[in-house]
Design a protein around this ligand. Structure first.
Ligand SMILES: [Fe+2]
Length: 125
């Protein structure tokens, strides 16, 4: 399954979801006059347990949770579930609950994005 690809600008912190990246050598998506860097999942030195999305299977669905604070300055901004056919995403605000329910699909990729600690990913077994 094709992974979600995020790129961030080192200067202004702009963040983009890449549908199809540039394949030229020495080229890339430019922001603030330099190539944006790829954001890797599960790569920030922060609590794994507080960021990694978890899920429970119930019937034909899975219920996804992220055990993370939802404070004004530190929260999960979105949860995105990626399968071969579709992306399902919820956009979150502080004080909301970082949970969503989607149909079960083996191999689906669940991403959660923390405004301070970046991208986290779980694969559905
Ligand atoms: Fe965080």
């Amino acid at each position: 399954m094709k992974e979600l690809k995020l790129k961030r600008c080192r200067k202004c912190n702009a963040l983009v979801k890449v549908l199809e990246d540039c394949n030229c050598k020495g080229c890339g998506i430019i922001c603030c006059d330099e190539a944006m860097e790829e954001v890797k999942a599960n790569s920030v030195d922060a609590s794994f347990e507080r960021h990694i999305p978890t899920y429970e299977k119930g019937g034909d669905n899975i219920h996804i949770k992220v055990d993370h604070v939802m404070e004004e300055d530190h929260y999960i901004e979105w949860i995105l579930v990626k399968t071969e056919k579709e992306n399902r995403e919820i956009i979150l605000k502080p004080k909301e609950t970082p949970e969503m329910t989607v149909p079960y699909e083996k191999g689906a990729l669940i991403y959660a994005y923390c405004n301070k600690h970046g991208l986290w990913k779980t694969v559905v077994e």
